[in-house]
Design a protein around this ligand. Sequence first.
Ligand code: ADP
Ligand code: NA
Length: 324
Amino acid sequence: TDRARVFSGIQPSGEFHIGNYLGAARQWASMVRDQKEELLFCIVDAHAITVPFEPAELKRRILALTRDLIACGLDPDKCTLFVQSDVPEHTELAWYLAAVTPMGDLGRMTQFKEKSENKDFVSCALFTYPVLMSADILLYKATVVPVGDDQVQHVELARETVRRFNHRFGEIFPEPHPRLSTATRIKGVDGNAKMSKSKNNSIATFSPPDEFWGKLRTAFTDPQRLRKSDPGRPEVCNIYTMHKAVSPEATCNEVYANCTQAKWGCMDCKKVLWENFDRELTPLREKRASLDDDAVRAALAKGAEKARATAKETVTEVRTAMGL
Ligand code: ADP
Ligand code: NA
């Protein structure tokens, strides 16, 4: 077919949070519904081991994340949903690509600088992480890579790698393009600029409603608004950002007016937000409850089989081109 091939990845390194849902999975699900492109979604466990981790925990999280993603609408019959380490060609291709990647380029990656800063142990794998990410994309000759802004630099590196590799060994790979998420970044409940699995500041998408509320209730809002009688600034408030993502427009306007006129307190805005999250998530929770571990494993087995068919072809082509 001539449909564009799209690759996206997510780490099984922590609970699937509402930043992941609003910033990624929700768009992925709409792409799955549209069926305009050929879609690959990869649980990138080989990326998750670049920082300290617990093996039993990782295994549990891979299944949990897969289940969450299917519940969000990543129907395994309509996309290729698979685990990275089920397709060993990812790590094989990463090695071949590493042979054309200058160390200096990796040293310039801002994510590496951030993640390695002040750490006692920094693995080689954390340094070469962007090479594995290039392999993830190029293995399937994907041309579209939906990402958050913090991953754009890695996709640019993948493009450079394509040019270097093709120049040296022949035209094998197409250049991939980042497709920047249009969703606003969700801040952490602690006020941090990004809700993240690794920062312990997230709300798990599928936590029970009372637990969800417990996190939302104490979440940071406008730091300058100390009491209800202070007018709030929705434009800097994470709660308002989330309203814009899940609440109807009329509700967002109501929230905006009542916050800026000091008629509603933060707790009022949070209550309404919680109700709207609940409305959106209820059908997803039901779908999730219908999936047991066996169903999830079966979906992953099918996904790995589909992915491997393409991955093997590419690696054979690459080995031949490189004289291996
Ligand atoms: P995390 O940062 O929690 O480890 P990943 O790096 O695995 O998440 O990212 C998975 C997807 O979720 C990416 O597309 C990323 O852009 C998106 N994402 C992660 N955190 C947020 C957030 N706080 N707001 C919006 N999107 C996010
Ligand atoms: Na991350």
